[in-house]
Design a protein around this ligand. Structure first.
Ligand code: NAG
Ligand code: NAG
Length: 308
């Protein structure tokens, strides 16, 4: 019996493979079928690269060394580096994958910043302090070590539009004001543990300068840990109180100004998986859009979170 594939034109077979290869395990299996199939499935395999360990980091570099220089630059679009080191190898992967548009990092930012080449601390311009070799538009700082000592802007690309960071007990309001330097930031997500960071009012005070950015469209709070019901409810209240123009007292108190861009949800169990699935923003964007459609909010954006 002959395979039905034998009667199909090769373009059609290729599109079947390309579609099947969007499912990663299938892509890996397909790439083993034949050299011909491998050649056509490979680009899809390299679109999203996850390096969870030192072993995978080293193996990936070895694979790249057998390919033309432009291969990684053109193919790798989504990259996650959760491996903690060696820092040199992380730098090398980043400089080879210069075309990355979405980057998730889990390595130690202080170690990276310490080791990164070309440190020019004299220039006060934020963009000139940026230390990664890539300019993604989406960046996620995940893993315990990325934000442990607070927010370090020197590994956040000035080009980001979508950013996810963590806040910890070390995060200062001062450090968060640096987010204002990100000219094109529209989507900001923050992961934190409510029990470690303090109450809702504290969070709101930390975020007020950030909310003052007129261009911010979505602020997603992903709350981790257990027993968060009350905290989530309090955040909820930030968008349910509709302020009328007569109610000026609440405008003077930023903590009471409702803001429909704030969406709270439970932190995903595995934030990296959410990044891989590409659905970090779906729920929050939908919620904000829904609120805007309902139009129940009378506070003009310009009034919100004016920096004091
Ligand atoms: C911000 O976006 C504009 C328009 O897309 C672009 O021209 C500009 O280079 C971006 N700025 C940065 C710092 O990426
Ligand atoms: C009126 C309104 O949109 N309230 C929302 C406030 O935010 C919470 C959490 O995202 C939503 O569940 C509420 O519907």
């Amino acid at each position: 019996m002959c395979s039905p594939f034998a009667f199909l034109p090769s373009e059609l077979i290729l599109s079947v493979f390309a579609l099947a290869a969007t499912h990663r395990p299938t892509a890996c299996a397909l790439s083993l079928v034949s050299t011909w199939v491998h050649t056509h499935v490979e680009p899809v395999l390299y679109h999203t690269v996850s390096l969870p360990s030192t072993k995978s980091l080293t193996a990936f570099l070895a694979t790249l060394s057998a390919k033309p220089d432009k291969f990684a630059k053109e193919r790798v679009k989504h990259l996650s580096i959760m491996a903690l080191g060696p820092i040199d190898s992380i730098e090398e992967v980043l400089s080879r994958c210069a075309g990355v548009t979405s980057l998730a990092c889990g390595f130690s930012v202080p170690s990276y910043v310490h080791c990164a080449r070309g440190v020019s601390a004299v220039d006060s311009d934020y963009a000139s302090h940026y230390k990664l070799a890539v300019s993604p538009t989406e960046q996620h700082l995940l893993g315990r070590l990325t934000c442990r000592d607070g927010l370090d802007m020197s590994i956040i690309s000035p080009t980001v539009t979508h950013l996810r960071i963590q806040i910890t007990s070390e995060t200062t309001p001062e450090s968060l004001t640096h987010l204002l330097d990100l000219q094109n930031l529209t989507n900001l997500a923050i992961i934190y543990r409510n029990d470690l960071v303090g109450g809702a009012q504290h969070i709101r005070a930390l975020l007020d300068p950030v909310l003052g950015m007129g261009r911010l469209k979505v602020l997603l709070l992903q709350v981790a840990g257990t027993g968060n019901e009350k905290h989530l409810q309090q955040i909820d209240d930030w968008n349910t109180t509709v302020v009328t123009n007569a109610d000026t007292s609440s405008l003077l108190n930023p903590a009471r100004v409702p803001d429909w861009r704030i969406v709270a949800e439970r932190a995903p169990r595995i934030p990296l998986r959410q990044w891989q699935d590409g659905n970090v923003w779906d729920n929050a964007e939908g919620t904000v859009l829904e609120r805007e459609k309902r139009g129940g909010f009378v506070v003009p954006r310009a009034t919100l979170g004016t920096r004091t």
